[in-house]
Design a binder for this molecule. Structure first.
Ligand code: GLU
Length: 154
């Protein structure tokens, strides 16, 4: 279980995302995070523990962006830590996930054997890494997303 919020529009997305996560916080207290598109780059802010901790982090850097996603986590795979907090991201994609990827451990072993690296212990990051691999191979975002959904069993 988790809380997921996305915003795109004329306002700074940070406030509506944080407000939405506040309403959904009962769905996951383990960590909270957001990813914002700032100057054509994905910036991730995430913190172990309650939403208040993320708010503190955001106060320090006051980011501004009109596009963003947010997540409050209820850990199922991987301990409670900032590294395991969502979103999981790289220069191409950011992923927030609700639930469990049933075949994550097999997929992760396969990806690691091919040289792909992981920053967390979550099943969710497997989706990100597989998506990135598929994107490199197919050079098409929508096809890569479709293939990744077909391969990862949720
Ligand atoms: N399985 C994912 C994790 O443990 C998502 C959990 C959730 O739904 O919050 O990170």
């Amino acid at each position: 279980m988790c809380g997921i919020v996305g915003y795109t529009g004329p306002r700074n997305s940070v406030q509506p995302i944080i407000e939405g996560l506040g309403r959904l916080e009962y769905r996951g207290y383990d960590s909270a995070g957001i990813c914002l598109k700032i100057n054509h780059k994905l910036s991730i802010f995430k913190k172990e523990g309650k939403l208040e901790n993320l708010k503190g982090l955001l106060k320090d850097s006051s980011p501004v962006s009109q596009v963003g996603i947010g997540h409050t986590r209820w850990a199922t795979h991987g301990g409670v830590s900032s590294d395991n907090a969502h979103p999981h991201g790289n220069e191409y994609f950011a992923v927030v996930h609700n639930g469990i990827i049933e075949n994550a451990s097999g997929l992760k072993k396969q990806l690691q054997a091919e040289g792909w690296e992981f920053k967390s212990q979550t099943d969710s990051e497997v989706f990100l890494v597989l998506l990135t691999k598929n994107f490199h191979e197919l050079k098409d975002t929508l096809k890569a997303i479709a293939l990744t959904f077909q391969t990862s069993l949720g």
